[in-house]
Write a protein that binds this ligand. Structure first.
Ligand SMILES: Nc1ncnc2c1ncn2[C@@H]1O[C@H](COP(=O)(O)OP(=O)(O)OP(=O)(O)O)[C@@H](O)[C@H]1O
Length: 134
């Protein structure tokens, strides 16, 4: 990952929009890091694309689908950040490093499981109707 310097503080920056552009480029670098290093993040992006396509096809309300996608992907990004931080401060085995990674992974699993459940509740009735199974 390239070394990026922090942007100047908005109050002291004579060109604040340039600072904003730099902030977006740091966030973009974070997204690229997660995409390249996290198989789970890539899988969740594919599932999100599938869910959005399905929502458009079945004419399901997009707002809850977008909220769930943002929740799962945002949490996975935070989990990736935490994993990187744990690897930085504790490259060797430590029970607290294990607890930090395991609890963060449990958070992602919990939210993803509930999102999947809500997804089934949202998509199943219109899917069954669209396929003429009921
Ligand atoms: N420094 C450490 N000390 C103690 N346990 C660790 C440490 N690093 C990782 N572990 C344990 O190994 C598990 C897997 O961690 P690892 O970093 O290899 O994969 P991960 O990036 O969490 O997995 P994934 O990317 O598939 O979500 C953690 O959940 C934790 O239980």
């Amino acid at each position: 990952m390239p070394v990026l310097f922090p942007p100047p503080k908005p109050g002291t920056d004579p060109l604040p929009l340039r600072g904003l552009k730099a902030s977006f480029s740091y966030a973009w670098a974070g997204l690229r890091f997660a995409w390249q290093s996290q198989r789970n993040f890539r899988l969740e992006v594919y599932i999100a694309a599938l869910a959005l396509g399905l929502a458009l096809w079945l004419e399901v309300d997009l707002i809850p689908v977008l909220l769930l996608v943002a929740l799962v992907l945002g949490l996975e990004l935070l989990n990736t950040a935490l994993e990187a931080l744990v690897d930085l401060v504790s490259p060797h085995y430590h029970p607290l490093a294990k607890a930090a990674k395991d609890v963060a992974a449990a958070g992602v699993l919990l939210v993803s499981g509930i999102a999947a459940l809500i997804g089934i509740m949202l998509f199943l009735p219109p899917l069954v109707a669209r396929l003429g199974l009921w």
